[in-house]
Design a protein around this ligand. Sequence first.
Ligand code: AMP
Ligand code: GLY
Length: 433
Amino acid sequence: MKVIVLGSGAREHALVRGLLADPDVRAVLAAPGNPGIAEIAPCEPIADVCDAGAVLDLARRHVVDLVVVGPEAPLVAGVGDALRAAGFAVYGPDAGAARLEGSKSFAKEVMAAAGVPTALAHVCTTIAEVAAALDALGAPHVVKDDGLAAGKGVVVTDDRSAALEHARDCLDKPGGRLIVEEFLDGPEVSVFCICDGTAVRALAPAQDFKRVGDGDTGPNTGGMGAYSPLPWAPAHLTDWVIEHIAQPTVDEMYRRGTPFVGTLYVGLAMTSRGPRVVEFNARFGDPDGQVSLARLLTPLGGLLYAAATGRLDDLDDLHHRPEAAVTVVLAAAGYPSAPRTGDQLDGLGDAAVAATAQGAWLLHAGTRRADDGQLVSAGGRVLGVVALGADLTEARDAAYGALSFVSLDGGHYRSDIALAAARGEIRIPGSGS
Ligand code: AMP
Ligand code: GLY
């Protein structure tokens, strides 16, 4: 099988790496890819991955058997629809199903129809409605832009005027609409559900670190690190998520005539009243997807192809490594508010050697080769190290050990990824233990 992966981040680097490890995958190419992917697979330039015509042209030119869409933007833009209409097998939902990520109010409507446990929410289009919803639900306030906002759409605050200010910003946009939501207390979990339109399989759960600083301080980011497994989580969490969340959602989307094919990313809060959905996304998480994928033993190409062609039921149950996986992200100076690009990256060769020796590997995210061939930073999250280990402590040591060889002026990373979990310090509220 020949596969093309769309996208240019560490998530896509992980997907290409996973696909290449599948003996049934003959060739993998990426568009546009990045310098790290280019070391293991051909990369095709593409100006805009949301340009369905350009993607279709690439898929036809390379006669691929499967298109794997990494990020959400091309899915929401209908790239999946165009490829499917032309007869390609696509891993990633059509635009109508990607609305589960593209519109938070739509996701809430589907969850309500499917009986999926989530936070109480009010959909608002005027500031008066927002004020009433804030009063009805009380603090802490959660205000979310309805549409895609690249991680900047959500404000969680005790300050009512800050909540109103974010609400005004959301309402000022064309078609301005937002949701005010009940605050969910408890640790967050990401479960990546592989869906073929009717059937569902789930990868091992991961936890993501959204805040930029140690101890969950500072602003929200796209994710600064992740780990799997979650020693503190209930034993049968993935089965529970399939039964109570993913399968009912997939059934509801099928009933509506917009079957969901691709990754249903279930973002959960583990509250005292049980797991509640915080968000749905229509793709793998980044970087949380990297650790779940690192633990997957089932060949990735066969799995994604089975999902893309409606044949998940033909596969055995998914197999996962017992080892722990940890990923740590190196971010650019100024990330997340104003990331600086163009800084020289050094030490990657030594880091890769150290990584290999310890069961770890580097994934590129925002990197670029300058005209002289030197690697420089080209985005907020620059690269990640993924490590496997006998337990979280070993995996942490391997990831941080490899990362210590990389130098980037102003670069920063969290030093506490998976630390509280390794120490047994994470509690689900009300669990008593
Ligand atoms: P979202 O874009 O919906 O994933 O929200 C981004 C982040 O905001 C989540 O990962 C949570 O950390 C936080 N968040 C979102 N909704 C809630 C909620 N109802 N209660 C508490 N925190 C939330
Ligand atoms: N790491 C969170 C996300 O991919 O949305």
